[in-house]
Design a protein around this ligand. Structure first.
Ligand SMILES: [Zn+2]
Length: 389
């Protein structure tokens, strides 16, 4: 088989990959000697082996066990759950680790937002049994919040990630980000959290900005807390994609090493999307990638309801190519780049000896045509094949 190197963006032909337990034992030439004992042989002839795909932005709710298995069978071997009920996310994460549920490895986030945002019914659904804004994974925060205790509670629910959602000012955002880092969490924020703008979040040290359309608020005349309810309707006409405010924001992200997670499909994939927002989102994603901002593939909607649907990561990859990324760069945005963003850059995200054996065997070369990621022959979750050949 051919092994796809997502870092060097090239294919190495005639490789034999040996797995042992949950890891890759070796990646070598076909002529190399096999180990004395081999349990399973997978015919890789003509195939292309890539690292398992990562969806960096999903939401998990009760009743999604089958969807998780279907997602894994569709090539996704790791997900980052960006807010929900962490009792649910934690149980799925445990079941996957225990191999009771064939599914992607799960990391998950706790959310914080200003108290006035807690009218969102999704927060209510994710906080059953708690007074509004007091669940450790969905906390209302203000300038008088004890940030050390709040972040400890967020961390204590098993979350690796702190997600800043809405109605947080730049001073509070910076305090929360610093405390989260001190406690070993990484921080994702909506592109604008109202009133804190993207550049203020970047200056405060945020690791990842999500939803590219929300970056448009950088150039808005005002970004009031109540605008958070209208966040997708940014000033795309008044603040074009190449406006100085946007360019200097992107340069600041590049300098700080801030990741951008555009979540294009969920915004531009809808038939109702305004053409101006669509063009704006694609153009800013392209510019961000061109100047060297690391791009993360995230769907904000892991998989559709059809029993035979593939996970939406494949649509997001196509959107990233539409925005101007090469197929190789798009593939990196769903493999090695999220592995690094998730603190797993030494164990996940590439096909190499010693790495976790999260792998997808394709029938075609994804570096030539990204739609090859949908032509799946086999998926390995920590060394175990999940599709019947
Ligand atoms: Zn989301």
């Amino acid at each position: 088989m051919q092994v796809v190197d997502v870092e060097k963006q090239m294919v190495t032909p005639n490789r034999r990959v040996v797995l042992r337990g949950d890891s890759v034992l070796s990646v070598g030439a076909m002529s190399e000697r096999l180990p004395d004992t081999v349990d399973v042989r997978v015919e890789g002839r003509g195939g292309y082996l890539i690292p398992g795909l990562v969806d960096h932005h999903v939401h998990l709710t009760p009743g999604m066990s089958r969807a998780l298995t279907q997602t894994a069978r569709g090539g996704v071997t790791m997900v980052n759950a960006m807010a929900g009920d962490n009792r649910t996310a934690g149980e799925y994460a445990r079941a996957v680790l225990a191999r009771e549920l064939p599914g992607p490895e799960i990391a998950y986030a706790s959310v914080m937002a200003g108290p006035d945002f807690f009218v969102d019914p999704r927060f209510r659904g994710a906080s059953v049994g708690f007074a509004f804004g007091t669940a450790p994974w969905a906390q209302a925060v203000t300038s008088s919040t004890d940030v050390v205790r709040a972040v400890s509670a967020a961390r204590g629910s098993g979350a690796e990630v702190l997600k800043l959602y809405a109605m947080i000012d730049s001073t509070l955002a910076a305090r929360l980000i610093a405390e989260a880092h001190r406690q070993g969490m990484r921080v994702v924020a909506h592109g604008t959290v109202f009133p804190a703008r993207p550049s203020q979040l970047v200056a405060g040290g945020v690791d990842i900005l999500t939803h590219v359309p929300y970056l448009s608020w950088q150039g808005a005349t005002t970004a009031k807390p109540e605008d958070a309810f209208n966040r997708a309707n940014g000033p795309y006409e008044q603040v074009p994609a190449d406006a100085p405010a946007i360019e200097s924001l992107l340069q600041a992200m590049r300098t700080r090493g801030t990741f951008l997670e555009p979540t294009l499909e969920v915004f531009v994939g809808r038939p109702t999307t305004a053409p101006v927002m669509r063009a704006w989102s694609l153009a800013v994603t392209r510019r961000a990638h061109t100047i060297g901002i690391p791009i993360l593939a995230g769907t904000d909607g892991m998989i559709g309801n059809d029993a035979d649907a593939l996970p939406n990561i494949h649509k997001e990859l196509a959107r990233l190519v539409e925005a101007g990324l090469s197929p190789a760069a798009a593939l990196a945005s769903a493999t090695i780049v999220p592995a690094r963003a998730m603190g797993r850059g030494k164990t996940h995200g590439t096909v190499a000896a010693g790495r976790v054996a999260d792998l997808v065997l394709l029938d075609a070369n994804p570096l030539i045509d990204i739609s090859a990621t949908t032509r799946i022959r086999q998926v390995f979750l920590k060394g175990q094949a999940v599709r019947t050949p």
